[in-house]
Write a protein that binds this ligand. Structure first.
Ligand SMILES: Nc1ncnc2c1ncn2[C@@H]1O[C@H](COP(=O)(O)OP(=O)(O)OP(=O)(O)O)[C@@H](O)[C@H]1O
Ligand SMILES: [Mg+2]
Length: 170
């Protein structure tokens, strides 16, 4: 098992990482995208879809309600899938995801870890999380580096835009 770790500081950097990462993804692939709401899973897909000439970043939007978005490129068909609203195996069945798994396809699945089968079938797992960017500058835990009177320093260090992105290939 190999894990690579990246830090991004903006949505643009995450899109750029997605473009780079796309070079390592050749179909067929099943990619699990893990992370909390707003972690940046869909943002990463924007870069992947661009690199495959399958869609522009603006055209890639969250499949929260539609559940599956298809982006066709010359080398691969990408399926961006959001299982946040899918709870039962029966609901999952109705999506017919098995029909999407072909030699030519890359499935990019958000919230797929809700179902054991995707944990088993995944080729790549990408975990995104917000990080407090102070972590990069100090090694001690946050509580130890916030003595009273250091509010200014702390405020300067806080950013909403920093993400840690771990890519694991089993
Ligand atoms: N470094 C970053 N990487 C990715 N997104 C970032 C970053 N910094 C800020 N953002 C913002 O965070 C939000 C990420 O939203 P996105 O839809 O990609 O999350 P998501 O993980 O797909 O969430 P959901 O589970 O709700 O679908 C966007 O508004 C994006 O602009
Ligand atoms: Mg999303």
């Amino acid at each position: 098992m190999a894990t690579q770790e990246f830090i991004t500081h903006s949505a643009e950097e995450t899109i750029a990482l997605g473009r780079t990462l796309a070079g390592t993804l050749s179909p067929p692939k099943l990619v699990l995208l893990r992370g909390d709401l707003g972690a940046g899973k869909t943002t990463l897909v924007k870069g992947i879809a661009e690199a495959f000439d399958a869609a522009s970043a603006e055209d890639v939007t969250s499949p929260t309600f539609t559940l599956v978005h298809e982006y066709r490129g010359p080398q691969a068909n990408l399926y961006h899938i959001d299982l946040y609203r899918i709870d039962t195996p029966r609901q999952l069945e109705t999506l017919g995801l098995d029909d999407l798994i072909t030699n030519n396809s890359i499935l990019l699945i958000e919230w797929g870890e809700k179902f054991a089968r995707f944990e088993r079938e995944r080729d790549v797992e990408i975990a995104l999380e917000r990080v407090d960017d102070r972590e990069q500058r100090f090694s001690e835990p946050v509580s130890q580096r916030a003595p009273e009177g250091s509010a200014e320093l702390i405020e300067e260090g806080i950013s909403e835009n920093v993400r840690r992105i771990r890519i694991t290939t089993p």
